[in-house]
Design a protein around this ligand. Structure first.
Ligand SMILES: O=C(O)CCC(=O)C(=O)O
Ligand SMILES: [Fe+2]
Length: 609
């Protein structure tokens, strides 16, 4: 039996005057589980160190010139021409995500042979590159390595362990289609099966290079691989890859998104790259004090500080690969629950390497929680009571860098949504923008029906209507909310709505639907905005609401809603002055989660891509 559906959440594009409601109801409780992969990836500012947790083998050389992702035939090397679609799936091969616009690169294979820049006929997008190749073009290098989402399809057999080192130099990879590449960057196109996209092993460092060359201590990396450094490159790369693999040999391949700072040049819809924003003062004006910038545990460091020793230290730190890296017999340090969780966050792009040393306990201590909100109103049948009881504002939830990473993801999701590349009603936008009309939303995990729809379905979760799964970055966020005590363990969110407020946008007064259990949270990003509370909030005009109580929501904070604060008082966000993003993360009542799981298992939630 479906739970009562009384609360309603205003939709993204309907005038607020048409949708005020309030109510309360008893809830069905549920506990859902999300299973982070245990694989480990080092994620640095402008790149990642991906472990290869499953082995690779050279693909069979079956030429399939007309398949979707046909490789550019390469003049030499073990992989002269084959179809990634078949060979990757069948023989543990990798595919590298490259934007179409980067295809005029002028790369060289390590053996010095120029790779053909032209795409073969039948190619639908993207291009082919060599992994472990030298670059002969600064432009190509800078355009590609720091920018790319990297994905691979891998099967369970073969491996670097069995793969001759030299052939690493000529590993051939091919791009995904443009659509896949977009989805990959957005952290949506992932999966565990051999038919899904997976990250390829690669080492790309903060300098934007792939780790394939020697870095002099303290000296900037010029991101061009001099020929003479070739052996140093491969030594470093292979050491690290081997170590990753040795340590992680039996673990599943991590799901990963890589979105670098140069993404904007390939994907104009993204706007300014948040990765650059970290050190270029894109932080909105609402970040008033300088100290706020300083409280981030991650101080900005110049990107050119990576040295071979630093890389080794990182790999050791991340993977416990002491023995492999140093040739000594030290045992690998064990990774506890915290380590695994951090790994998941690193993979998801939520956490950066430099935050690795911060324990959950320390993170919890950084949180500043305010919970004594009081506003007494008459509640029918209950008399006067504090209708804000149960609200908690948790400040300092995210560092600046974590916020920027999230915003970068949101921009990618918006871009996909605009291109209609997300499932069903994942992305919704007001048909025509006007002040107070609404906001854009991105829903993950379940489709929420904001208002009675054309088929007469009431507000609430629509279990038949597919939306995209929670992306890894949000799964990690949900897990950390529990780990840091913001939400109880049995309330880990399994759904999320991203609200994107452009100046003038609002969310009208509402009580969140009881298809979602309490407590739940809404996380604020980018700018401070007031949230209004009251049992009867008045709508004065588009985006203009009159209410007896207001709480300021600073960026990087979250508001926990439960008790009367969630169920007796309505809340709303009046038209915002500055761009703001919020992520409302909630757990579905058990039966909805179960029905959705069932529908997915029966293949009723197809992918639109
Ligand atoms: O943007 C916010 O902080 C509030 C969002 C909200 O109320 C909701 O998603 O239900
Ligand atoms: Fe809400």
């Amino acid at each position: 039996m479906a739970p009562q559906r009384k609360g309603t959440l205003p939709g993204p594009g309907v005038h607020p005057l048409s949708r005020i409601s309030s109510n309360s109801a008893e809830l069905q409780l549920s506990a859902s589980s999300m299973s982070p992969s245990n694989s480990k990836v080092v994620h640095c500012k402008r790149g990642i160190i991906h472990p290869l947790s499953q082995p690779l083998e050279p693909p069979k050389k079956e030429a399939r010139p007309n398949c979707r992702d046909t490789l550019v035939p390469s003049p030499q090397g073990p992989s002269s021409a084959w179809c990634t679609e078949s060979s990757v799936a069948s023989s543990a091969w990798s595919r590298m995500t490259l934007p179409q616009s980067s295809s005029q690169g002028g790369w060289k294979l390590a053996n010095g042979v120029q790779e053909q820049p032209q795409l073969p006929s039948g190619h639908q997008g993207g291009t082919t590159r060599g992994l472990g190749t030298d670059m002969n073009s600064d432009q190509a290098y800078n355009e590609m390595f720091p920018t790319l989402g990297v994905a691979a399809k891998l099967t369970k057999k073969g491996g670097f362990g069995k793969f001759p080192k030299k052939k690493m130099q000529a590993l051939e990879v091919s791009s995904l289609t443009d659509q896949d590449a977009d989805a990959c960057r957005a952290g949506l196109l992932t999966g565990e099966g051999s038919g899904d996209l997976q990250p390829v092993s690669s080492i790309r460092l903060a300098c934007g290079c792939d780790g394939g060359h020697q870095h002099d201590e303290g000296k900037p990396c010029d991101a061009i691989t001099p020929k003479s450094d070739a052996s140093a490159h491969s030594a470093l790369r292979e050491d690290a890859v081997k170590s990753d693999h040795d340590v992680l040999h039996s673990k599943p391949i991590p799901r990963q998104l890589v979105a670098g700072p140069a993404m904007v040049s390939h994907w104009p819809a993204l706007g300014t790259s948040p990765a650059q924003a970290v050190h270029t003062d894109v932080e909105p004006a609402s970040h008033t004090s300088k100290s706020e910038d300083c409280e981030s545990p991650v101080a900005w460091k110049p990107v050119n500080v990576w040295t071979k020793d630093r890389v080794k230290a990182l790999v050791v730190q991340r993977f416990g690969a002491v023995a492999k890296m140093n040739g000594s017999a030290q045992p690998a340090p064990s990774q506890g629950l915290q380590g695994d969780a951090e790994d998941a966050e690193l993979r998801a792009g939520l956490r950066v390497v430099s935050e690795r040393s911060i324990t959950d306990g320390q993170r919890r201590q950084q949180l500043k929680t305010t919970s004594n909100f009081v506003h007494r109103e008459h509640v029918k049948g209950e008399g006067m009571r504090n209708v804000l009881a149960g609200l908690e504002l948790v400040e300092n939830l995210l560092s600046l860098e974590e916020q920027n990473n999230l915003v970068e993801k949101v921009e990618a999701w918006l871009s996909l949504g605009e291109k209609k590349r997300m499932l069903g009603r994942t992305y919704t936008a007001p048909s025509k923008w006007m002040r107070g009309k609404g906001r854009r939303t991105i829903q993950f995990g379940c489709c929420y029906n904001y208002a009675t729809d054309g088929q007469g379905r009431p507000p609430g979760i629509l279990v038949e209507d597919p939306v995209e799964d929670m992306p890894p970055v949000l799964v990690s966020l949900a897990q950390r909310l529990v780990r840091w005590g913001v939400l109880p363990a049995n309330r880990q969110p399994d759904s999320a709505i991203v609200n994107v407020y452009e100046p003038g946008d609002c969310i009208p007064p509402h009580i969140d639907n009881h298809d979602f259990v309490r407590p739940f949270v809404t996380i604020s990003l980018l700018s401070t905005a007031p949230i209004n509370f009251g049992t009867h909030i008045q709508v004065l005009g588009p985006g203009d609401f009159s209410s007896p109580y207001q709480i300021m929501l600073p960026p990087r904070s979250c508001l926990v809603l439960k008790g009367a604060g969630a169920d007796k008082a309505q809340h709303c966000i009046p038209s915002v002055k500055e761009r703001r993003i919020s992520i409302t993360m909630r757990q579905m009542a058990t039966q909805f989660a179960k029905e959705i799981a069932k529908n997915k298992a029966e293949g009723k939630w197809g992918r639109s891509r």
